[in-house]
Ligand binder design. Structure first.
Ligand code: NAD
Ligand code: IPM
Ligand code: MN
Length: 382
């Protein structure tokens, strides 16, 4: 039987608001398919700090290891501005504990409505379809830190195994398409040492293990510019380090016009292709890959508590969880198609229900209900 064990960590501010709505979609999928998902709810971030004086407890870290997937909302907010540790560290500790080293952050324009919402001209944005694969367990985020009154240091380090494993995920994902997707390796090898090692080892891995895949180098700063002026030139995969990947994936939010649309999946190995073999590295008990699923956006304290947040990024993260951790490819696609239908304008056969970040007047619940209705309809239609 399909399904498995999910640890749900809604987190802070809009986190719980959008997680609640996403789980309603999971209810519908359970009902329609007979899949069973065991759900355990716990705390992370500011919510955990308030109760346990720590951003995540050892008990929650253990539970995250026992789950087939972790479904995460968002952590942080101004009320924990001076706390030590800070709320965000809870999320970083879970990523590290689960060794979910490959953070997939797709950016595509499946819905015509999004093309018109983008601040970029339609002729430039039409057809954009890239996925950032952000290294998620190393680099400046995890080096031995020093923080003193007048001095701070975050060593930015990468060693061979960390680079090889993320390069292999990029290669495996590229090979899941025919012809293989092109891959951009993004670094600052012109200035920094660890990016030079990154570039050399990435080329070694592709040369030996994925000779059919076209691998190209791009400096991170110029990529930031080109993603605005020529975004379709990067259709395919962009594999990059933790810090560059963080920044460039928020830039995807700039392309779409809202962060409320962008999901992410942090994986402990390369996921299987639809109908393909199960993953070797990072396999969970559900036959998928161990994963942590969360939107690219944060806790949006500026709009929380008002029912205004766009639930799409969280719901798309749920779709990624179904696909990668539970091998439910068809259901993932249904969710994605339902969202495209809701976002599309009435002229294009859509429903045109949109939250404020997309220029509409719908609230979180209204948007979620429209998606739920469409998911039900698509599941029934078979
Ligand atoms: P943010 O992503 O929370 O918000 C940036 C802007 O986008 C805000 O104007 C916000 O209202 C808007 N926005 C974000 N998500 C939205 C949604 N679903 N619907 C509509 N509008 C949305 O970034 P920030 O304000 O810089 O950070 C707020 C807090 O979140 C900080 O504490 C930060 O560290 C934390 N954060 C957490 C995560 C995470 O838990 N994964 C990710 C990023 C930031
Ligand atoms: C993200 C966030 C996190 C990061 C923070 C909240 C730790 O910005 O997921 O993009 O920097 O990785
Ligand atoms: Mn970020």
């Amino acid at each position: 039987a399909k399904g498995g064990k999910i640890l749900i960590l809604p987190g802070d501010h809009i986190g719980p608001e959008v997680v609640t709505e996403a789980l309603k979609i999971l209810d519908i999928i359970e009902e329609a398919t007979g899949a069973k998902f065991e759900r355990d709810f716990d705390l992370c971030g500011g919510a955990s700090l308030d109760k346990h004086k720590d951003s995540v407890t050892e008990a929650v870290l253990k539970k995250s290891e026992e789950a087939d997937a972790v479904f995460f909302g968002s952590a942080g907010g101004p009320e924990w501005g001076h706390s030590q540790p800070n709320p965000e560290s809870g999320l970083l500790r879970i990523r590290k504990r689960l060794q979910v080293f490959a953070n997939l952050r797709p950016c595509n324009f499946a819905s015509k409505a999004l093309i018109h919402r983008s601040p970029i001209k339609p002729e430039i944005i039409t057809g954009v379809d890239f996925t950032i694969i952000r290294e998620n367990c190393g680099g400046a985020y995890y080096g031995e830190k020093t923080e003193e009154k007048d001095y701070g240091c975050d060593p930015w380090e990468y060693s061979r195994p960390e680079i090889e494993r993320v390069a292999r995920v990029a290669g495996a994902l590229a090979m899941q398409r025919d012809p293989p997707l092109p891959v951009w390796s993004v670094d600052k090898a012109n200035v920094l040492a660890s990016p030079r090692v990154w570039r050399r080892i990435t080329h070694e891995v592709f040369g030996k293990e994925f000779p059919e895949v076209e691998i190209r180098d791009q400096l991170a700063d110029s990529l930031a510019m080109l993603l605005i002026t020529k975004p379709t030139a990067f259709n395919g995969l962009i594999v990059t380090d933790n810090t560059f990947g963080d920044i460039l994936s928020d830039e995807s939010g700039g392309l779409t016009g809202s962060l409320g649309l962008l999901p992410s999946a942090s994986l402990a190995g390369a996921p299987a292709a639809e109908g393909g073999d199960s993953p070797v590295l990072g396999r969970n008990n559900a036959g998928g890959v161990v994963g942590l699923y969360e939107p690219v956006h944060g806790s949006a304290p500026d709009i929380s508590g008002k029912g205004l947040a766009n639930p799409v990024a969280q719901v798309l993260s749920l779709a990624m969880m179904l696909r990668y951790s539970f091998n439910m490819h068809r259901e993932a696609e249904v969710v994605e198609r339902a969202i495209a239908k809701v976002l599309d304008s009435k002229d294009d056969g859509g429903l045109e229900v949109r939250t404020g970040d997309l220029g509409g007047t719908a609230g979180t619940r209204e948007m979620s209900e429209a998606i739920q209705g469409e998911v039900r309809r698509l599941l029934k239609a078979g």
